[in-house]
Write a protein that binds this ligand. Sequence first.
Ligand SMILES: Cc1cc2nc3c(=O)[nH]c(=O)nc-3n(C[C@H](O)[C@H](O)[C@H](O)COP(=O)(O)O)c2cc1C
Length: 369
Amino acid sequence: MSMGTTWRTPVCERLGIAHPIFGFSHAVDVVVEIARAGGYPVLGLAREMPHEIPEILREVDARMQGRPYGVDLMLPSQVPPRGDIDGVRAALPQQHLDFVAGLRERFGVRPPVKPSFFTSQVRSEELFESQIEQVLASNATGVATAIGLRQDLIARAKARGKTTFSLIGSVRHARKALAMGVDVLVAQGYDAGGHTGPVGTYSLVPQIVAVAGDTPVLAAGGIGKGAQILAAMAMGAQGGWLGTLWMAAAENHTPPALLERLVASGSEDTVITRAHSGKPCRVVRSAWIDAWSEPAAPDALPMPLQQALTGDVFASMHEHDDARLIYEAAGQSVFAIEGRSTVAQQMQELVSDMQAAGRRLQGFARGGD
Ligand SMILES: Cc1cc2nc3c(=O)[nH]c(=O)nc-3n(C[C@H](O)[C@H](O)[C@H](O)COP(=O)(O)O)c2cc1C
């Protein structure tokens, strides 16, 4: 193994990428840079205004210059057929409305000015159908889905030659995804930023590898260093899938107060809460998140109601860069955020840390042929 060993797995060959590094981001600029650095970027579209998605995809295609990339949707079941936000808001329980009104007053929450997904949309079947059509029509070479597995989408994406990815957090979900013909399993552990299950990445990966057969597995959740990617590869994964780390990149345009919070936070400053979306979601703590675990706080409402209740506050804290309230989905991997960086630097560090880890392992090897 030479100093410059490059780690490349079969899934890299299949997707046409240089490094087994998969980067999830909602920011087009991040996605473009991950691709330029030889990783496989996956653009999250679950938070975009539906009418803006075609333009976003056109921009990505133009800037990608033929490099491969994926897109990601969140498609939970049990959402209303149509997303009438006013209708949903009118039906929210009074206890919850009162609690949030109290928090708005306590924290002096200013109304958001810019229109956004969080202030105007409710996840619904109608929304998902439009997202799916747009994604299928795009040049993305991959389609990933988090919460919610849809046989129909998987079959249609594969029929168009797209590689399908499914984020799963348990063996049961992996089996379901495999039965639906998913091409790549993303074993996403409890450590991950965003919606997550109860099993840690280090325990989950070998279990998923054991049931995946020939289907490649990627490891997600808690990864901030190249050595962790190599460790996942030692467990049989074919790469690492990272989300939190990119928020430190200039290309993510992270609000300054949020970046400061991420830099100051360690793994123990992230918590799993239903307060963001109604489903368990790991986020970095803030006064807003903490308020939902006070004794007087009601239980969060189920998805998509919690977002109809609090989406404008989330939009507001980001728009106004509110240092007390601002939070975001973030994993235990937040330990690796030490300051502002760029995607190119981050990719380079991940690759060289994989190489260093490989040399460390080699140094431990004894005997044999
Ligand atoms: C800010 C943020 C937003 C996310 N949104 C989504 C999403 O919309 N869809 C999805 O499949 N995963 C989403 N994720 C999860 C990532 O795909 C990935 O599994 C996770 O970030 C991996 O763990 P890490 O955060 O420790 O790197 C999000 C993660 C973060 C940090």
